[in-house]
Design a protein around this ligand. Structure first.
Ligand code: BG6
Ligand code: MG
Length: 230
């Protein structure tokens, strides 16, 4: 049996490279308050990694609005988000991001962002790290967002690396499901209760060692026959 070698790191953005998960939470909370919809921290957590449209549908919890109302609420939420984004600077990078990207580059690994956000390029620009990635796939790149595997598979294709040679960093259940469906190993960033489907869990990227990721990929078991032919 040949062992696979780690070739690429694929990063979710919101909640992994920066704490924009909190901005998404606060801006949906504001829209929910304005409209009189129920909203809570636990619902906000379930929306991590979920597209703008699907997030609104989850908040509506079965209420039916016209297409024009849906569009208007999504636009208002995004306006609130962009206003907050104006205050973002490179100081908002989460701990460990720059050292990990430096280590990856020094080790010859390819790097990508796979984010469900249509604002991913703008966020990466505010953080000053856009040129550090070989590939950026965002909320405009695929039809089926997370938890579908499409965003991750597109990133691997554009990196020219097989999915089994990639490690994904995710803070959200939707992303973990998508990355695993893409056949990739996943590092969950955050409390174990939120990222329990991951292959490895860290509280912060500052705790990630490349050697651990290399081992994760090298030690992976081949899929069971029934998974391969499902
Ligand atoms: C994901 C966030 O990265 O992007 C979600 O975790 C967000 O909270 C989604 O809803 C879509 O973002 P945007 O910027 O297109 O509204
Ligand atoms: Mg995220």
């Amino acid at each position: 049996m040949t062992t696979m070698t780690l070739q690429a790191l694929i990063f979710d953005l919101d909640g992994v490279l920066t704490d924009t998960a909190e901005l998404h939470y606060r801006t949906w909370q504001r829209v929910a308050e304005e409209e009189g919809f129920a909203f809570s921290r636990s619902l906000g957590d379930q929306l991590r990694g979920v597209s703008r449209r699907a997030s609104l549908e989850a908040i509506l919890a079965g209420r039916v609005l016209s297409e024009a109302q849906m569009t208007a609420l999504q636009a208002r939420k995004n306006d609130h988000f962009l206003t907050m984004l104006n205050h973002m600077t490179p100081a908002d990078l989460l701990p460990g991001v720059l050292p990990l990207l430096d280590d990856a580059r020094a080790s010859g690994l390819r790097t990508a962002v796979a984010s469900a956000s249509q604002n991913a390029h703008a966020v990466l620009d505010r953080l000053g790290i856009r040129p550090r990635f070989d590939v950026i796939c965002d909320g405009h790149s695929v039809l089926h967002s997370k938890p579908a595997p499409d965003l991750f598979l597109l990133a691997a294709t554009r990196l020219n690396v097989p999915p089994s040679a990639c490690v994904v960093f995710e803070d959200a259940a939707a992303g973990i499901v998508g990355a695993r469906a893409a056949g990739m190993m996943v590092v969950g960033v955050g409390p174990p209760s939120r990222v329990d489907g991951a292959n490895l869990v860290v509280s912060s990227l500052a705790n990630v060692r490349l050697a651990d990721l290399q081992r994760l990929v090298a030690d992976r078991q081949p899929p069971a026959a029934e998974e391969m032919y499902a």
